[in-house]
Design a protein around this ligand. Structure first.
Ligand code: OAD
Ligand code: ZN
Length: 233
C-alpha cells in the first residue's frame, strides 16, 4: 500500500444512531412512522407541503435533544490532527459532526438547519419551524422549503467529492446501508483511483463486497479505535 495521506470518510445515519436519531432502513421499513417516499420526494412536497414541512420541523426539533457521540468526536479529532487531506462527506442532515468540531465536512444531502428557496435556489440558515409559504430573504418569494435533497434531486458538492475521491489513498464508509446512490458508488470510484477501502458498520452493507476490509460493530466503538490507529501511524 502507498503512503497514507489523503482520506475520504463517508458517513450515514448509523453514525448518529447512538446519539438517539433513527436510521432510515430500520426494522419495519418505516422512518419515524412514515414511508420515505411520503416525506422525501418532490412529489410529496407538491402534494402535501404541510406534512413534509411538519416532518422536517420535528426532525429539526429533535436535534435539540441529542448530542454528538464518540464516533463524531473521534472524526472531529481526526480532522483537527490529520496533517494530510481529509474530507468528511456526510449523508446526514443532522448537525452532529459540526457540533463535535469537524470542519472539513460536506453535507451532500442537505441540512435540517438550512432552508432552500424553491424559487431562486438560495439557501439560508434556519432554526425553529419552517411553515410552507415562508418568505425567502434573497428574493422575497414565499417559497422556502426544507433544505433536504429529495429522491430524484442532485446531491450537493458532487464535483468536490469526486475530486477528493480521485485523490484518496483511503476511503472509509461509516454507518451507511449502501442503498442510496450516488453515495453507494463512492467505494467503487475510490477503488478505481487506487484507494484502499474500509467499512465500519453494524452489519455488512449492500456494497460490503467492494471494501477491502469490513469491521462490524457500533460506530461509537469502531470509529475511535480506527482513528487512534490512523493517528498513531
Ligand atoms: P440507512 O438507515 O439506510 O442505513 C444505516 C446503516 O447504519 C445500516 O446499515 C445500519 O446497519 C447501520 N447502523 C445502525 N446503527 C449503527 C451503529 N450504532 N453503528 C454503526 N452502524 C450502524 O441510512 P443511510 O445509509 O444514511 O437521504 O441512508 C442514506 C440516505 O437514505 C439518507 O441520507 C437519507 C435516506 O433517504 C436523505 O435524507 C436525503
Ligand atoms: Zn428566493
Amino acid at each position: 500500500m502507498s503512503e497514507l495521506r489523503n482520506i475520504v470518510v463517508l458517513t450515514g445515519a448509523g453514525i448518529s444512531a447512538e446519539s438517539g436519531l433513527a436510521t432510515f432502513r430500520g426494522p419495519g421499513g418505516l422512518w419515524e412512522g412514515h414511508r420515505v417516499e411520503d416525506v422525501c420526494t418532490p412529489e410529496a412536497l407538491a402534494r402535501d407541503p404541510a406534512l413534509v414541512h411538519r416532518f422536517y420541523d420535528l426532525r429539526r426539533e429533535a436535534l435539540e435533544r441529542v448530542e454528538p457521540n464518540a464516533a463524531h468526536e473521534a472524526l472531529a479529532r481526526l480532522d483537527a490532527e490529520w496533517p494530510g487531506e481529509l474530507l468528511i462527506v456526510t449523508q446526514n442532515v443532522d448537525d452532529l459532526h459540526e457540533r463535535a468540531g469537524a470542519k472539513r465536512l460536506l453535507h451532500m444531502h442537505g441540512e435540517l438547519n438550512s432552508a432552500l428557496c424553491a424559487a431562486c435556489g438560495e439557501r439560508q440558515a434556519w432554526r425553529g419551524s419552517l411553515p410552507p409559504g415562508t418568505d425567502c430573504d434573497a428574493c422575497g418569494r414565499s417559497a422556502l422549503r426544507p433544505d433536504i435533497v429529495f429522491f430524484g434531486e442532485m446531491p450537493y458538492e458532487m464535483e468536490a467529492i469526486d475530486r477528493a475521491l480521485a485523490r484518496a489513498d483511503l476511503f472509509v464508509s461509516i454507518g451507511t446501508s449502501g442503498a442510496v446512490y450516488p453515495a453507494a458508488g463512492f467505494v467503487r470510484t475510490a477503488r478505481y483511483h487506487g484507494a484502499d477501502t474500509l467499512e465500519l458498520n453494524l452489519e455488512p452493507s449492500e456494497g460490503s463486497v467492494y471494501f477491502a476490509e469490513s469491521r462490524m460493530g457500533p460506530a461509537g466503538v469502531l470509529v475511535p479505535t480506527w482513528v487512534d490507529e490512523v493517528l498513531a501511524d
